[in-house]
Design a protein around this ligand. Sequence first.
Ligand code: HEC
Ligand code: HEC
Length: 490
Amino acid sequence: MQENLRDKRLPWPILAICLLVSSISGLSGVQNAHGEDPQALVEQRTPHREEIQRDLQDQFAALFAGMSPAAKSGYRNLTQNVYLPADFDETVFRKLDTLEFSWPFLDEKLPKANRKGTWLAHGLASRPDDASLPLQYVQSKGQYVMNCFACHGGTLYGTTYPGSPNTTYALESFTEVVRKTKLQLGKPLTHMDMGLLVMPLGTTNGTSNAVMFGVALMNFRDADLNFLADKLPAAMTHHDMDAPPWWNFHRKSHLYIDGFAEKGHKGLMQFMLVRQNGPEKFRAWESEFRDVYQFLEELRPPKYPLAIDKPKAKRGQEVFEHHCAECHGTYGDNQAEYPERMIPIDEINTDRVRFDALTPEHRQAYGDSWFADYGKQDTIAHATGYVAPPLDGIWASAPYLHNGSVPTLWHLLHPDKRPAVWRRIAMACDEEQVGLVVEALDQVPKKLSKGEKRWYFDTQDTGKSAAGHDYPNALTESQKDDLLEYLKSL
Ligand code: HEC
Ligand code: HEC
């Protein structure tokens, strides 16, 4: 593994000065509506930032080194093979590199008008095996082609960790600026550019309308995946989701928040249903996706890099076993057990837009198709709610809930204190509340550009509610405190 971004960072004192005078200093040293000074908050919450980054880098390198040849080949397929039409070329990238972008993070200065700045501002991160290339796009013959890591591999608190949800991916903002640049350069538009014209891609950075992309694409296919030109566009309820971490793949028999689809290598190929890919291509790619499946299967979450208070975590484990394990299972080398329980939607009571948007007909069409071996694989067309996910590495997969509406584990454990609107303000991990360092607001500020608006998560928007999952209300404050310590150890 080669060195990545972390080695190019500025030393702390210089960084602090840069931050104070940075162009986003509308925030620095100034109190916000909740009486907080965001800059001070970031410094107070992220004291071990560099230690965490180094540790994560070592953990991924060790994990990858121990993988089977098939899993390693799966990783190579995802990072080097072209399965979709190109999104843009090197000329477009060079033009982007002359532009100045901004971002909301106060702990890392965004390089102006160069490649690193273009990457960071849009949620691209260097590949662990080749820092000169972005993990999220395959580079081939001067062209850049989006891959699964666009949503499923980003920088985890500043270090690239393939398989961790890409919490900074700015899909819609990136597509907008790429499209504008192509028009200026007289280049043709491609499938993503056109997609943006017919549907929203993602209203908050780090989340995307991916499930509805799937519905839109599947609508034009028969069970054999032949393209049906004369179909009308599907009715859709657009909404954004937070991609789940891939390191829980090995724990599951069925995938997605409603657990409707038995896992298999064919199902992993849904994302490639663009018009250019006919049924024969999916069949030709099968063996490559067997290896991709193996890569997902062998991924594991990173361990929490900082010290854990053992007696406190032990008390937290007891709380967990009484109040959480019936749904989320048990953890530890000898006793790990995951019940994969589906909880009725009215009981879990988290945002139900995703539940209603994917209808029994959609699920059935998937189940009858090549993706599910024409019904040989188990498909639950009539899902009743959401499946409680495994919590391995939960410290590393903020924000929480399927729509990414809850910024930290502390907020998950305090349902009444979840912010109505929040904006992430640091790349680093919040070591106190465990998750994203955020600024809490009552509403999204007025007069923002479209790109800046996507820095905010507004729980009042469709599909974005942070309500529900009220189980922690049965606990005392000190039980919650112990439980938080235990959750770090999973
Ligand atoms: C545009 C963003 C995006 C891209 C690109 C993407 N995914 Fe996903 N993926 C998601 C989202 C969002 C979900 C959650 C969907 C749900 O639960 O309904 C998801 C869910 C999954 C899951 C289920 C995980 C679980 O634990 O239930 C797997 C596996 C997966 N994706 C694999 C892939 C593969 C393989 C690719 C590339 C071929 C890919 N994804 C490309 C956004 C994306
Ligand atoms: C009755 C079943 C049930 C119980 C009890 C329960 N949970 Fe959950 N939990 C769920 C379900 C279902 C979800 C998924 C909800 C969603 O994403 O909308 C979830 C989601 C979560 C998440 C977010 C996971 C992620 O990847 O975003 C965390 C963290 C969590 N639960 C922790 C706990 C803790 C801690 C307790 C005990 C205090 C607990 N849960 C009790 C069913 C349960």
